[in-house]
Design a protein around this ligand. Structure first.
Ligand code: IPM
Ligand code: MG
Length: 356
């Protein structure tokens, strides 16, 4: 059956990078001989500004009919911060129950990392970020707003159910990596159990209980979030697979993106691993509005998101081939940053296709 994709170019440079990913999709589908269909949706800042609409339940239901979603970027300079992030991006993650945010941190060949003397062998791990709970639930409120007695709360929520399904996915992931010879069979939980003695404790107990009962061959390791930030910089080679709640995961995956060469290359998947679940893949950088329309933004993160989409949607060989092509292209670029690649956006897309 044809792979049926929803394409959400989004805001700013999103459409430009998604166009390159779709170009690569066309080429790889031909080379690997599979059929696909795409349907484009215009969710994002421009639509919101002209119609006041962000996304409604019916549109979410429409998205869920597709096999997977490729997203460009969400974020518009004329829209107040929080509206599109909460109303569109987080809404989609929550409504489609994409409870895993998978963010590989891989330094590709020829890419500059700000970490001195670290190589692609050293920077090669995966972060599995819980994607539906924690401070992201939006529980809380504000009272006496604008007065000297103003009070604001925003609660951190951890449920056993939410932690457990994420932890199980992470253990399975680490196990699969070990079995395929790609990983050393170690899962690191990142939290802050010395201060967050309720949420951290729930995660820590679930981690050890599940690991001990069902994954005795996976080595369990634990880091506080602040220490993990040190080790990412000092010893990234220590890591194999990391599992982390939502907010800390948001922060360390930006750090991870920087050590792998920046937002031009970092891709991620918002995954609903359950049967019938719809997953959404995205470059993890923003919409970079100041570069819009200049053909200078790096499309490799979006093409990497496509590779992940294919790897997780029944076209693993095709996805692996796209990833391998990206690794052949990175050494040819002068830099991964917008405007400094030595090639235009569309030329980088062409390079990937030439190297498939
Ligand atoms: C990310 C982003 C989002 C997040 C924002 C845009 C809401 O930073 O995908 O990491 O916090 O999850
Ligand atoms: Mg983030």
């Amino acid at each position: 059956m044809a792979l049926d994709l929803a394409i959400l170019p989004g805001d700013g440079t999103g459409p430009e990078v998604v166009a390159e990913a779709v170009k690569v999709l066309q080429a790889i589908a031909k080379a690997e001989n599979f059929e696909y269909t795409t349907k484009e949706y215009d969710f994002g800042g421009d639509r919101y500004l002209s119609t006041g609409k962000i996304i409604d339940d019916e549109e979410i239901a429409q998205l869920q009919k597709h096999d997977a979603i490729l997203l460009g970027a969400v974020g518009h300079p004329d829209v107040k911060p929080g509206i599109l992030e909460k109303g569109l991006l987080l809404k989609m993650r929550f409504a489609m129950d994409q409870y895993i945010n998978l963010r590989p941190v891989k330094l590709y060949p020829g890419v500059d990392t700000p970490l001195k003397d670290k190589t692609p062998e050293d920077i090669n791990f995966d972060v599995i970020r819980e994607n539906t709970e924690d401070l992201y639930c939006g529980n809380g409120g504000i009272m006496r707003q604008g007065t000297a007695q103003e009070v604001a709360t925003q609660e951190m929520i951890a449920t056993r159910f939410g932690a457990e399904r994420c932890l199980r996915y992470a253990f399975e992931y680490a196990k699969r990596k070990k079995e395929s010879g790609e990983g050393k069979g170690m899962l690191t939980l990142v939290h802050k159990t010395n201060v967050l003695t309720y949420c951290g404790d729930l995660w820590f107990r679930a981690f050890n209980e599940i690991g001990e009962a069902d994954y005795p061959d996976i080595k369990r390791d634990y880091n506080h979030i602040d220490a993990a930030c040190m080790w990412f910089v000092k010893n990234p080679e220590f890591y194999d697979t990391i599992v982390v709640p939502n907010m800390f995961g948001d922060i360390i995956t930006d750090l991870g993106a920087m050590i792998q060469g920046g937002m031009g290359i970092a891709a991620g998947g918002n995954i609903n691993p359950d049967k019938g679940g719809t997953s959404m893949y995205e470059p993890i950088g923003g919409s970079a509005p100041k570069y819009t329309g200049q053909n200078v933004i790096n499309p490799l993160a979006a093409i990497g998101a496509l590779a992940m989409l294919l790897q997780n949607s029944g076209q693993k060989a095709a996805g692996d081939r796209v990833e391998a092509a990206i690794k052949k292209v990175t050494p040819k670029l002068k830099s991964l940053s917008a405007g400094r690649m030595g090639y235009s956006t569309t030329e980088v897309g062409d390079l990937v296709i030439d190297n498939l």
